[in-house]
Write a protein that binds this ligand. Structure first.
Ligand code: PHE
Length: 451
């Protein structure tokens, strides 16, 4: 099939792509997972390792993904196949698609929890605590299934709209709203009693906590949060204009993702200590901070409940914020297999979105009734799966397609790259630094598992 820019769809503007990609990146990973990983792992020490992973590994891999995508104008399997004949190329793309599908199947359940909590807050304050706790119960399989299905239907309706009319329009509206809600909530929480203790925990590094586990967790978090390693950015890159500077755009996307995660820390961690000041238990039996799930879905709602009438507004706003952040990410997770079906199997966008979306919906229903699966799926397909995908992508781009070819593609929209320091630096990053660091982290983790 001949795919022109018009028939496959493309972003309307440079900003449209940046917001869509930042929307993919900013999600539950930033607001739900990042702050609690920071709190669990030595505060600012984790942030330092995380930042190193984002800029030394994440950013170069993002540029690699965007360049393959734009060069081939294809989905991850088609894109990697068009830059190399080696079998590892399509396998890398297929592994990415599999990771995306499996991540989406549990991501929908967590996204469903957040939307359920919007109702929990409303019913609690309306004086119906029993109905409220039905909406709030994380292990309520039926409720989980209903909300994850509703979330998927919303995602499918955006995807069927296409690239510029669906994805770009939706994210252009949601991203500014999301940032506004986040900032308002931070300002509010920082005025409450107890928030200072939270700031101290957040910003005081405990470097003695750095070990192999922390580094794997920071690296997995960086790949997950930047939506890397599974081809989301190959796919989004395939809709970018040849006039756009990929290095500059990738830098903006990385900075917004890291910036919003950092901001979310100023909301969540102080909020926990505000909750503690109002009598809520935030430590578990071993004296550690509550785990991420408990943190966002138990501690924060209790804080909202203790806040009086203002609490309903704060609670609804907070869960709306989480829901929107999740939606711009589920959109990108579904777009990857949909673009694969469109490009490789000539299926229409509508059929692909409903067919694949429907199948993933079934997986999400299974996870809804078995929430213990979330941890397992997260470990296999994101903490390990995404860096592994990133490792394979850097090898395919760096050695099989070759970094010179990639730089040739990047130079469209950024002609100066060939003579600048960015070209050799990116080449070393993608051919040497990324594979070695990711490989070392895997080897050390395996070693520490067995010995
Ligand atoms: N980056 C998203 C988040 O932080 C999750 C995601 C992962 C989205 C991989 C797309 C691809 O929540």
């Amino acid at each position: 099939m001949v795919t022109t820019e018009q028939s496959r769809g493309s972003w309307n503007s440079k900003l449209g792509f940046i917001l869509a990609a930042a929307g993919s990146a900013v999600g539950l990973g930033n607001i739900w997972a990042f702050p609690s990983k920071v709190a669990d792992n030595g505060g600012a020490a984790f942030i330092v390792v995380y930042l190193i992973c984002c800029f030394i590994i994440g950013l170069p891999v993002m540029v690699a993904e965007l360049s393959v995508g734009r060069y081939s104008r294809k989905n991850p399997v088609g894109a990697l196949k068009s830059v190399s004949k080696h079998w590892i190329a399509p396998v890398t793309g297929a592994w990415g698609i599999l990771c995306g599908v499996m991540i989406l199947s549990f991501y929908l359940v967590v996204a469903g929890w957040t939307t359920g909590y919007i109702f929990e807050e409303i019913f609690y304050f309306a004086g119906f605590p029993e109905i409220a706790s039905w909406f709030g119960a994380l292990d309520n399989g039926l409720k989980n299934a209903i909300f994850s299905v509703l979330f998927m239907l919303t995602t499918i309706s955006v995807i069927t709209g296409g690239v510029s009319n669906g994805i770009e329009k939706a994210t252009k509206f949601m991203m500014p709203v999301l940032i506004a809600i986040l900032v308002i909530m931070i300002v509010y929480v920082l005025t409450l009693e107890g928030s200072g203790d939270g700031l101290r925990v957040y910003l005081q590094p405990d470097f003695s906590m750095i070990n192999a586990d922390l580094v794997l967790s920071a690296m997995g978090q960086a790949f997950f949060s930047l939506s890397l390693g599974m081809g989301a950015l190959i796919t989004y890159g395939s809709y970018i204009s040849k006039k756009q500077n990929l290095v500059e755009s990738a830098t903006y996307v990385t900075l917004s993702d890291v910036g919003i995660a950092f901001l979310a820390g100023f909301l969540i961690i102080p909020a926990m200590y505000v909750a503690q000041a109002s009598g809520v238990e935030i430590m578990d039996a071993d004296g550690n901070l509550a785990a991420s799930t408990t943190l966002v879905f138990n501690v924060l709602p209790e804080m909202f409940h203790n806040m009086g009438v203002g609490g309903v507004l704060a609670g609804v706003m907070f869960f709306l914020l989480l829901g929107m952040a999740a939606l711009t990410s589920t959109i990108s997770l579904l777009e990857v297999p949909v673009s694969y079906a469109i490009d490789e199997h000539n299926i229409s966008r509508k059929k692909a979105a409903w067919g694949i979306g429907g199948a993933i919906m079934l997986l999400a229903v299974i996870v809804s009734f078995n929430i213990n699966l979330i941890g397992v799926l997260d470990l296999i397909f994101s903490t390990v799966g995404l860096p592994l995908g990133g490792l394979m992508i850097s090898l395919v781009v760096g050695y099989l397609w070759t970094s010179n070819e990639a730089i040739q593609e990047i130079s469209s929209g950024f002609p100066g790259i060939k003579d600048s320091w960015i070209a050799p630096l990116w080449t070393i990053a993608i051919k040497v630094i990324c594979p070695i660091i990711i490989g070392l982290v895997f080897i050390t983790t395996l070693y520490s598992l067995f010995f």
